[in-house]
Design a protein around this ligand. Sequence first.
Ligand code: NDP
Length: 333
Amino acid sequence: MPKTHQTKTLIIGAGPAGYTAAVYAARANLAPIVVQGIQPGGQLMITTDVENWPGEVSILGPNLMEKMQAQAEHAGARMFFDVISEVDFSQRPFVCKSDGGDSFVADTVIIATGAQAKWLGIPSETAYLGYGVSGCAVCDGAFFKGKSVVVIGGGNTAVEDALYLTNHAAKVTVVHRREKFRAEKVMQDRLFRNPRIDVLWDTVVSEIRGEQNPKRVTEVLTTNVRTGNESILPCDGVFVAIGHAPATSVFAGHVQMDADGYIVTKPDSTATNVPGVFAAGDVRDKVYRQAVTAAGMGCMAALEAEKFIAAQEDIHNITDLEGPEQAMVSAWD
Ligand code: NDP
């Protein structure tokens, strides 16, 4: 039976941004509702050890997200395992409908649906994900101290990842499907100057190979797309850096987005172009993409939602005043 739920703050998405927003919104008495989406916990659910979350020397990604959800619920946030499939930001309060048929009526909305790394789509990539295959150099680079790693891609992320990985790995090979990078020139120059980085042009990784016990990557099979020649490249890790896709299709036409589909927010703020709708985390961040930065933005979004609601209530209180009180307020204006 479809139901209608009312809240001061609806949070869409349940990664670090969504859960942090939920903690802050609950503590500000906004009685937040979190609609968690298809994969509660977000990208951290498919990572193994997380060693860059403050206060945790090492924690499994899924455990960290379990703790975040528990903390948000403890603070008073209500969780719905459902997917928002329709939004209407043209009326107030906002109305969002879910796949489950429920309606969520909210004074403010925090979009925290995240982004997903794009993957090559080959079976061996899935088989070794978390066992040598990674989509985040900053998260996993430290596991490859003194080792050889491959970075796949030719954009800013791939070049930045390759440079970052030289802090840990002894050898980094960038495998790119074309004969030139699309990354910024200054980044490319830095990469070409680095003696620890090699580039394989016009080349794709067609298979990732490894051992089962313990499970680990040992080499990749590469194919030159011009000649069709295959080669084996020994390596310990494979970083796939072929772009990210923000999960924003449901918001298209409802909030402003950039050409890549990321939600645009005001400088130093999580406010979108729709007053009362905020965006936090990877859904609006193509530069840092870290759990801790997403969480920071979730905090900002909840604080901004609280301020927005307080300002709206002030306006209503002023409008509701009559006689001498209204005259006083008008005089202050
Ligand atoms: P991009 O879309 O810019 O680049 C993706 C790269 O991956 C391209 O070189 C592309 O090749 C390659 N690629 C795509 N699909 C495949 C595939 N199936 N197999 C092999 N290679 C593939 O993504 P990025 O993540 O690098 O950057 C996204 C956005 O974020 C950009 O706007 C970028 O500038 C920005 N960014 C900014 C940063 C910063 O300011 N510090 C840091 C990181 C990103 P091809 O070139 O042939 O299409």
